[in-house]
Design a protein. Structure first.
Ligand code: FEO
Length: 396
């Protein structure tokens, strides 16, 4: 297993999980990586982050390409979520002389996950001198958990921000400019939308803090996916700025579930109405499109329309499930609407509207609903309903 140079004195020694297809309940069709970095000074060697437990052997074989793992002096735990921290006990066993450091919340988190591990707290005032290479620390609560921390090596201006700037993407290449910057940015957006959207305020604060403490990274090496440098880094920072500031455009996402095709027909005509107003539209059947894709589309959209027929006096489970996903991500400042067909008892669109209001959507107008198979008049009315929503979006 090859260790890959990142900066002078820093190697990537992480693991590639080609087969991961679900993370936190959302789809990851490209797999992921668990990145760890070996920082070698003239006096000491540090490992920044570990990996998910089944991948410890892969990490250790990469470390061994650079140095005997038993000679590692320091292990930095930037984040205690198990994708990074479940391998810690086995890594510590292979690095018996290493002191282990984490943020204060990280020390508590390691104790909650593992019995009997000794971990020292570090904070923004601390640094570890490795001899010509220094590690500095920045606790960044809620990027992604309370324990999250950034680690920085000033001599080679390399930031290791764990989940921040990560993407779930397995690849043999380690840099964004090697896999293709557009692809890396797309995966960056999918990750941000589905993991960090609801944490935009702490993410924005953490990114601002990097400059405030005088760090000026030229390489940003996250814990998932590829590493950012050069022009690609500038584009990733620009994208983060847009997402943390909740920048949206005239765009509507239409997502729906259908039983016998009526709600599907309505959705298509509603989308036609939106497009007729010159507003971008992105249409998704929840039985077909991954929720990760739909949520990524919502990241820069001003509006969301959700559709469901009524079954057992309620919305279909896929719509309820998607609303639950959104409730966790807390999209803010967006307009919403509900539509769908029914047979003898309605109820779904009212439920959707109530749940969207709870989540924070500003509901526009009345829901659009019709009985059984939509007639030509129903479809014409759905088209106009879509146009009306699009006009509200344009006027916002
Ligand atoms: Fe990659 Fe929050 O763990």
């Amino acid at each position: 297993m090859r260790a890959i140079p990142v900066s002078d004195g820093i190697h990537w020694v992480g693991a590639i999980d080609w087969n991961l297809r679900d993370f936190h309940g959302y789809e990851t069709p490209r797999g992921t990586t668990y990145n760890a970095y070996l920082v070698a000074g003239t006096d000491k060697i540090a490992l920044v982050d570990t990996v998910k437990a089944p991948f410890v052997g892969e990490l250790l074989s990469r470390v061994a390409e650079v140095v005997d793992p038993a000679l590692v002096d320091v292990i930095v735990v930037n984040h205690v979520e198990p994708d990074h921290n479940s391998g810690l006990p086995a890594v510590m066993a292979a690095m018996p002389k290493a002191r282990v450091v984490a943020s204060t919340a990280g020390v508590r988190g390691v104790a909650d996950y593992h019995d009997g591990l000794v971990v020292e707290p570090v904070g923004a005032d601390d640094s570890i001198d490795l001899g010509g290479r220094t590690l500095r620390f920045l606790p960044v609560s809620m990027v992604h958990w309370p324990d999250s921390m950034f680690t920085y090596c000033p001599e080679v201006t390399t930031l290791m921000p764990n989940d921040a700037f990560g993407q779930h993407m397995a690849s043999a290449q380690r840099f964004a400019d090697e896999v293709g910057v557009d692809l890396a940015l797309e995966e960056l957006g999918i990750y941000y939308a589905n993991i960090l959207m609801g944490l935009s305020t702490p993410v924005a604060k953490a990114v601002a803090k990097i400059g405030e403490v005088g760090w000026a990274p030229t390489v940003v090496a996250p814990s998932h996916g590829v590493i950012w440098r050069g022009d690609a880094l500038g584009r990733a920072i620009e994208a983060y700025g847009s997402w943390t500031s909740n920048t949206m455009r005239d765009k509507v996402v239409v997502a729906y579930a259908t039983m016998w095709g009526s709600t599907d027909e309505l959705a298509s005509r509603i989308a036609d109405g939106i497009a007729a107003e010159g507003v971008e539209v992105s249409l998704h059947d929840l039985a077909v499109s991954p929720i990760a894709t739909i949520t990524h589309e919502l990241l820069d959209a001003k509006g969301l329309l959700l559709g469901s027929p009524t079954l057992h006096r309620a919305m279909l489970f896929r719509v309820a499930g998607y609303l639950q996903w959104l409730a966790g991500l807390k999209p803010s400042g967006r307009m919403g609407g509900a539509f769908g067909s029914y047979g003898w008892s309605g109820g779904a669109v009212e439920q959707i509207g109530a749940r969207m209001t709870e989540i924070g959507f500003q509901m526009i107008g009345s829901p659009y609903t019709q009985k059984f198979r939509p007639t030509a008049d129903d479809l014409a009315a759905a088209f106009e309903w879509g146009r009306g929503f699009a006009r509200a979006v344009k006027g916002a």
